[in-house]
Design a binder for this molecule. Structure first.
Ligand SMILES: C[S@@+](CC[C@H](N)C(=O)[O-])C[C@H]1O[C@@H](n2cnc3c(N)ncnc32)[C@H](O)[C@@H]1O
Length: 465
């Protein structure tokens, strides 16, 4: 059998399944379409087929061509109704579908303009959760290096993301669990149906219902409240820390909420400082951290206070990453505390929010990132406040550069059930994303000096994952 050279820049990654199917097709149906190689004997198309044909010991017949004619192969042993012919037609198409693009190699070799000319869109790039074998050289290297590919869409519905989230949660992370005596349910992170119920009740009562009134109303109307199992996404948190913090960097979180962001920091050996108004939340966070963390891991520090006081609280400290998830205006009301931003009218909210951002950014070292997770919120008239844009303005006014925007695609959950009525009634789309905004303090040209190349391929955090 003549020896051909495999393409060192093959843009297709042949998964184990793909290889298995090519082999089955060759064995069951015989050789199908021809492969293609150049005058240096290097394969242009058909690397996967050649590999399997070689293993099966199939002889290779060479037809020379300068590209001015189409080489058609007549399979003299197959009729149109032949079942092997049908199987070959299926296999020919499906084996192409079961291999995937090597995105990194393609992006290295082609400019955006060239890819556009081929109408090659990001949607065509498939990043499934393939088993990445140590010997499969470049296979899946973008996701190995960065855990999740650093694209502007972060798809938390993908299996790889979900597996990693489960691994984090299995460590024992509990969300808010900040339940006082009177609290049976978590105040934060309730599903949208509860906020809709809150809005209906508010319309009925003519004032904002208390948490107890809302619980009673939900129980009476069979609206299921979450018992506090929904948490800030630990994978998003991990990515923010690993991608945008320096090694060993100290994190500031002015709207701490649950324990996740503190616990994830500790597991990555980073020091975390969080502020939150709610005492019961902070007590629950400390308890959760104590249950999970090992003695040699840094302990997160939560302080119960108003973040307006962030500069007085941390006057001695400087931080390397600002990472937070603020109240989305009044979407979720966290407490009755008048200092709680979620209790304020949007105008007042914005004044306080901007001040907290300004003060927190002042505590950030030069040449460091700030990452904030936000989402658009509708006011009482049903239109957007423009909260995302207001957040961007707040950081820019605090002297930071607007650097990255990522869309976090979140699970559809019960939205599938609610969207029909909602869309028909008001043309409000079912929102299934949040905005992850990244800002930079300092000279963006110096990012390379401060943030080294990343490669988490040998990461041992979830060895048994
Ligand atoms: C978006 S929530 C965080 C909850 C989120 N689901 C999570 O677990 O990450 C925002 C937090 O900001 C806190 N908060 C609101 N106003 C505050 C203020 N002025 N100072 C400090 N914390 C405040 C609330 O108590 C709430 O826990």
């Amino acid at each position: 059998m003549m020896e051909l050279k495999f393409d060192p820049r093959n843009y297709r990654i042949h998964t184990d399944k793909n290889k298995r199917l090519i082999r089955k097709s060759l064995e069951d149906c015989g050789a199908g379409r021809s492969i293609l190689f150049d005058k240096d004997d290097c394969i242009i198309a058909g690397n996967g087929v050649y590999e399997q044909a070689k293993e099966l010991g199939l002889p290779v017949r060479i037809i020379e061509s300068d590209g001015t004619e189409l080489i058609a192969i007549k399979r003299t042993d197959l009729s149109t109704e032949d079942s092997r012919r049908k199987a070959l037609a299926l296999a020919d198409n499906y084996t192409t579908d079961t291999s995937i693009f090597d995105v990194e190699a393609i992006l290295e070799d082609f400019s955006a303009g060239e890819l556009d000319a081929w109408e090659f869109t990001i949607g065509d790039i498939d990043l499934p959760e393939i088993e990445i074998k140590a010997d499969s050289s470049r296979a899946g290297s973008v996701q190995d290096k960065f855990i999740i590919p650093p694209f502007s869409i972060l798809d938390s519905r993908q299996g790889r993301w979900q597996d990693r989230k489960k691994a984090w949660i299995d460590l024992g992370i509990k969300s808010e669990v900040g339940r006082g005596e009177e609290l049976t349910f978590a105040r934060s992170a309730q599903p949208p149906r509860v906020y809709e119920a809150r809005n209906s009740l508010r319309d009925k009562l003519g004032y904002d219902p208390s948490w107890d009134e809302l619980i009673t109303y939900c129980k009476e109307h069979d609206i299921l409240l979450m018992d506090g199992t929904s948490i800030f996404d630990p994978v998003l948190c991990e990515l923010a820390y690993r991608w945008f913090n320096i090694y060993d960097g100290v994190i500031l979180d002015p709207f701490a909420g649950g324990s996740v962001r503190g616990v994830v920091a500790s597991k990555l050996l980073m020091q975390y400082y969080g502020i939150d108004l709610r005492k019961e939340q902070i007590e629950a966070n400390y308890k959760n951290a104590e249950d999970i963390l090992l003695s040699d891991e840094p302990k997160p520090y939560w302080v119960c206070d108003d973040s307006m006081n962030v500069k007085e609280l941390f006057y001695k400290d400087k931080f390397d990453l600002l990472f937070t998830c603020p109240p989305y205006a009044d979407l979720e009301v966290y407490s009755d505390d008048p200092r709680d931003l979620s209790n304020m009218e949007y105008r007042e909210f914005l004044v306080n929010y901007r001040t907290i951002i300004q003060r927190s950014c002042d505590l950030l070292n030069e040449n460091r990132f700030a990452v904030i997770v936000v989402g658009e919120v509708r006011g009482k008239d049903g239109t957007y406040y423009n909260f995302v844009q207001d957040t961007i303005e707040a950081f820019k006014d605090a002297g930071l550069h607007y650097y990255n925007e990522m869309i976090l695609v979140t699970s559809i959950g019960s939205l599938a059930l609610r969207v029909t009525k909602q869309f028909n009634n008001s043309r409000k789309i079912g929102k299934t994303h949040q905005n992850v905004l990244v800002f930079y303090k300092g000279d963006p040209k110096r990012i390379k000096d401060n943030f080294p190349e990343l490669d988490f391929s040998d990461d041992a955090l979830f060895e048994n994952e």
